[in-house]
Design a protein. Structure first.
Length: 455
């Protein structure tokens, strides 16, 4: 069947090679835009060791890659930064191996701070004036959190870095990933819902907001006013770990703590298990030494008290020994007195024998009888006094014996259950149980009435 000669046939149509097409596009663009003035806002600015400056030039609707080479960059009278609006003279260039086009600037000058940066500074000042950055509103982090929730993208490098550090420091600490968008128009709403949801269920101790670095437009979600107010209203401590160390967002200022990176957030939020074990071991050792020292001190005090307290049984034994000593000394005194009297009688008897006058025999005999009676009376008196002293000492011993007092009809009343001695009616209460010790046996009674006054 014959064809109508359509131009769509590959055999009749010119087929471009990729390199050929890129060359043609390069020639067309460079011929069409040899030099032109262009303005926009700098973002994602980078300056590697080569000295060339690479960045994105954007406005509210689109963006284009740009570069200014080292020679031209060294002649600039200002330092390009993210968020800065600039005006420059440039030309279009196409990088054929990738088919990418970009603006190569020959001259660049600042136009002013970009819209995003202006909005950032305005919101930052507003929230500062309202006290959202005040340190007194910051919540302290728990020493050992039971669970940590990370609000971030589940596929980003931030969550991998955080988990890696957290598992190294505390392997079995529960971690919860709450997936949200961290860039784009949906990100603020998802972050707000995640933080509010975590506060509602209340099962986590620390919330970590994390994402990697980026330009000011990439971090817009964390410069949102409602996100900032949600962070401020959170009853759970929040750590902001957004971007790199040099990146700052509104969330960093409102959060309870800012970490320069997600890895640093893990170092801050997750305690080192080994360090905690070492601290506990040191505390246990100090506690053990303290308890041992206290026990030794108490033991020494008890021994000192025991050495000063004399048991009643020992006191009775001491008094018995003293009584025996008095008895021995008394008998010794009596024997000595009798010995002296016998010696005196013997001496007088000898004198009588030597003198032996007949006329004085009768009178001397009477003297002898009188002295003998006096001696007997004196001896009897000494014996009686000794018995009286012994009786008094025995009475003192009986008086010191608590059981002897009970035998005479007295009793000892003790309060139950501590068995403390009751000396006054005011020490007991109605219906309190008492124990009464008698001479023989004991009674357990209940107080039905009492009179604090002595009748």
């Amino acid at each position: 069947m014959a064809t109508n000669g359509s131009s769509t046939s590959p055999s009749r149509q010119h087929v471009y090679e990729v390199t050929e097409l890129n060359k043609n596009i390069k020639q067309l663009l460079e011929d069409k835009f040899p030099f032109f003035w262009i303005s926009g806002e700098i973002s994602n600015f980078k300056k590697p060791s080569s000295g060339h400056c690479y960045f994105t030039l954007k406005d509210f609707h689109s963006q284009i890659s740009a570069v200014i080479f080292r020679a031209q960059a060294s002649a600039l009278k200002f330092k390009p930064e993210d968020g800065m609006s600039v005006v420059g003279l440039g030309r279009i260039s196409v990088y054929e191996p990738r088919g990418a086009y970009q603006v190569i600037f020959e001259y660049l000058e600042p136009k002013g701070v970009g819209a995003l940066q202006i909005a950032f500074e305005k919101l930052k000042q507003q929230l500062f004036d309202q006290g959202l950055f005040d340190q007194r509103h910051k919540l302290p982090l728990p020493l050992i959190p039971k669970k940590i929730s990370i609000v971030t993208s589940p596929t980003g490098a931030a969550i991998r870095d955080f988990i890696k550090v957290a598992q190294r420091r505390f392997p079995n600490l529960p971690l919860e990933v709450v997936p949200v968008s961290v860039q784009g128009s949906r990100a603020p709403g998802e972050i707000i819902r995640a933080v509010r949801w975590l506060n509602e269920i209340g099962t986590t101790d620390v919330i970590v907001l994390a994402r990697g670095g980026g330009s000011i437009e990439d971090l817009c979600a964390f410069n949102d006013e409602m996100v900032a107010r949600t962070i401020f209203a959170s009853g759970i401590p929040i750590i902001s770990a957004i971007g790199h160390e040099t990146d700052f967002t509104i969330a960093d200022f409102v959060a309870d703590l800012r970490a320069p990176t997600p890895s640093a957030a893990a170092e801050i939020a997750v305690p080192s298990k080994n360090e905690l074990k070492n601290q506990l071991e040191n505390i246990n050792q100090k506690l053990y030494k303290t308890i041992i020292n206290i026990l030794k001190l108490l033991y020494n005090n008890i021994n000192g008290i025991n050495s000063r307290i004399v048991h009643p049984r020992q006191r009775l034994q001491d008094m018995r020994m003293r009584l025996d000593d008095y008895s021995i000394r008394l008998l010794s005194s009596i024997n000595n007195a009798l010995t002296r009297l016998n010696e005196r009688l013997a001496f007088q008897h000898n004198m009588l024998i030597r003198v032996s006058p007949a006329k004085t025999v009768a009178s001397m005999q009477e003297q002898v009888n009188t002295l003998q009676d006096a001696s007997i009376w004196q001896i009897s008196h000494l014996i009686r006094d000794g018995r009286t002293a012994i009786s008094k000492n025995l009475s003192m011993l009986d008086a010191l014996n608590p059981m002897a007092i009970l035998q005479r009809g007295y009793s000892i009343t003790r309060a139950l259950p501590d068995r403390s001695i009751v000396r006054r009616a005011s020490q007991v209460t109605i219906d309190q149980r008492l124990e009464i010790l008698l001479g023989k046996g004991r009674l357990t009674v209940t107080v039905n009435g009492k009179n604090n006054e002595v009748n």
